[in-house]
Design a protein around this ligand. Sequence first.
Ligand code: SAH
Ligand code: SF4
Ligand code: F3S
Length: 490
Amino acid sequence: MEEKFVLNIIDKKQVPEAEPERQYYFMDIAKEYVGQLSKAKGSPLTFHVSTFGCQMNARDSEKLVGILEKVGYVEEDSEKADFVIYNTCTVRENANNKVYGRLGYLNGFQKKNPFMMIGMCGCMMQEPTVVEKIKQSYRFVNLIFGTHNIYKFAELIVTAIENSFGPKLGKKADRMTIDIWKDTDKIVEDLPVERKYSFKSGVNIMFGCNNFCSYCIVPYVRGRERSREPKEIIREIERLVADGVVEVMLLGQNVNSYGKNLDTPMSFAELLQEVEKIEGLERIRFMTSHPKDLSDELIEVMKHSKKICKHLHLPLQSGSSRILKVMNRRYDKEHYLELVEKIRAAVPDIALTTDIIVGFPGETEEDFEETMDVVRKVRYDSAFTFIYSKRTGTPAAAMEEQVPEDVVKERFDCLLKEVQQISAEKAGALMGQILPVLVEEQNGQDERLVTGRLSNNSTVHLPGSTDLIGKIVDVALKECKGFYYLGELV
Ligand code: SAH
Ligand code: SF4
Ligand code: F3S
């Protein structure tokens, strides 16, 4: 028999309709419930958010943390916390399997802790088959929600607590709270947000994706592309800066198509120019750039900017024009190489990084050689290499000629070796220079050192105290060890 810890259920007579007021209303109720639970437990309730996947998910997790702290939960660095949330990714199949594996393990903790709730959110939850599987085989999960309604997390916490610890408890079907939306055009501003670092923050400039690359599940789980109003973005960054942030990372699945659906359309390059004007902001990064939409205007803005970091992540996916066409990427090998040339001419010491998929359906040895050719020509500072993963519902999943596993593995190893070799050769290119470093944290291995990043995103270790964290300091790059620099303050 499960215990009912929350008996004092609040009568929600005056729930505001409008957002974000509605969520602030539910935050107060959640706070009351968390208070009741903490009292029953005899100590404050704790939470732990585990994040899988990309920067979007990382930013969403910060939003969850902001609300959890606001309603009285205390962060704990362990999955034994009273509220464990998995913010999931489904971009490749193995990401999903990892989550199922760990769920069983969480159930063990939950059996020992009567106050424990398990929440699941993120991209995996936007897949109906996943939710069905959890409903069937993982009945102990307390809350499931998706990527579109994350803004109503406070409201969801209230429902989940009522269903898990309130008077309705015992009716089996009620224990699990599920709220998934297929898509939305809603963007709710002004909710509380925590951030992991005091001095840098991600900032969503848009949500969703309209590109439908034929292998990719993201458009199905993140919905249609929608941009935030520039004034909201600027306002958020101004507030962050006032709160000590010096670096922002502008986030979107394809930042280069920012602003197309706004009432008054604005290009990404124009937005960057506005962000550049914000006083006190020192560094601007962005992620991700789709090659098909990378404009000359953007390259020009990057060339003249004092704040945009010298790093561009430009996913290639494949070097074969034939495969790129079937992938629906809408650029070809020549266009990609031209872009790289233009960018390097405009910003000579820019670091270029990329994503590459090996084993897309129908990929021949010749196609793969084209990818290797681009890798050798561009010489990326680093590259994320992925084995193609079949995602049900995407056009590529239905394509014949899936490449045999052993062939893919062989190509993957060959590519990995090449990109690693090139990265190693390129590391250390800035040796001897004095460059600004944003100090981010104390070094994990040696507490006499702190660790930070150059504008091009390379890591630098230097002797120094934790007072330097969050500051941009000039560092002489003295030595290069593997992929890191060792430097000294000047
Ligand atoms: N919006 C970004 C990428 C988001 S997903 C962009 O367009 O660049 C991150 C990376 O995962 C992609 O760049 C791609 O290389 C990889 N990826 C996406 N779907 C995949 C799949 N089905 N199999 C293997 N890798 C995949
Ligand atoms: Fe996926 Fe393509 Fe959209 Fe990137 S641009 S998220 S790879 S569909
Ligand atoms: Fe994964 Fe969703 Fe990002 S599927 S890569 S977490 S948008």
